[in-house]
Design a protein around this ligand. Sequence first.
Ligand code: NAP
Length: 458
Amino acid sequence: MLRIAIVGAGPTGFFLAEKLLGQDTTPLAVDLFERLPTPYGLVRYGVAPDHEKIRNVTRSFDKVAARTGFRFFGNTDVGRHLSLDDLRQCYHQICFTTGAQTDRHMGIPGEDLPGSHAATEFVAWYNGHPDYCDRVFDLSAERVAVVGVGNVAIDVARMLCRTPEELATTDIADHALEALRTSRVREVYLLGRRGPAQAAFTNPEVKELGELAGADVTARPEEVALDPLSAAMLAREDDPSTRKKLDILAGYAGRERSGKPRLLAIRFLVSPVELLARDGRVGVMRLARNRLAEGVDGELKAQPTGETEELPVELVFRSVGYRGIAVPGLPFDEKRGIIPNQSGRVVDILTPERAPLTGFYVSGWIKRGPSGVIGTNKPDAAETAEAMLADAGAGQTLSPTGEDIEPLLRQRQPELVTWSDWVKLAAGETARGKPLGRPRVKHTRIAEMLAAIRSTED
Ligand code: NAP
């Protein structure tokens, strides 16, 4: 029986377990390890609370967890409770599905001033991630800049614009609901360094901004007008989705205020070059205006025109992409923030032939970088599963000498969280939400989670 460890219980971990347990040519068992007591990764801690439907994907993860041969080991930090060597002793194959756990920086002066934050931390905070629940974001600010025009930037801008009534029926963390209830934010700027045709956000997400109950959305006609280089590219590539995006944005251009309390302004062709302090915290963002120019790779890049402007803002969220972090003991590609691999097989970048490291695999964002929607990880996991099964068929696996890891793990982490513990915890969260018309009220501290699990024990 092939014993497989998957490290990281986000969507990719479940898609991979599903693929492996769903085949019947190679008998195998899967143990899914997770640092937090809770499963689902970014589906729980990344998806915006007002996008509850996206969380429905957890139903299929729960079906995977019910399969014979599946075990969940939550509250287990691989690297602390278990070493890579411990795993090597007990498993034939080990796959890391640890995602991209940190964020990219803008690299500009003033980036670390009080009031300047990573969007990913704000997201984790409003979603009740235990590592971020004590963060403080000063929502007495009236003007906020969100740097980047990807879907994370849109989530952050939208959450800042939602009314307390809209938020009150979601599973947003209680501390964030309270803070956003008294928010004084009036203007939110979404800042794209390139043009509208290059914006990374997807159409349903940008369309939703035009339908907010408490905020008017606007854009500048001259910034959403198609430039000749993008027009030529669009004519060559015939891309209906980009055309639709441009139509949506054109619809926002020059929109008048309708009297809603907040304004969400989408800007293009501007890059933050410096954050300036006022009274010891962010007060002004200096922006360089850009034009588009063709890069050596044929991609359209932002090029400064030499003009600058100053945008008064008291709060800044950089939303310029996630970044993977290295796993001690495995190679790491610092430039791309991924574990180097070929079709999911971890490869040794120090050898000229990039030889695969027998028994080690990756899938999801730590394999390809932080791109795509949740579903993109399904074919990604299928590719890694195929490599794992082919290698197992060819006898290319680790040679574990140890037995079941659970006794050792229980010694090292007496507060291990199993799948049945999680089911109890989740049922308690749902029950807390029910009288309030909310899908769940999340526990946001690990001690609280463990106490809630213990309270259900006979
Ligand atoms: P993303 O889609 O890669 O967007 C990053 C944005 O940051 C881009 O607009 C990029 O502009 C900009 N940027 C990068 N470096 C910059 C710099 N130095 N200065 C100014 N701007 C800079 O990343 P993301 O928003 O973090 O999202 C990650 C993935 O999760 C995406 O695939 C996204 O679709 C997905 N996601 C999906 C949903 C959803 O489906 N609702 C929600 C959240 C996230 P350039 O294009 O010019 O580089």
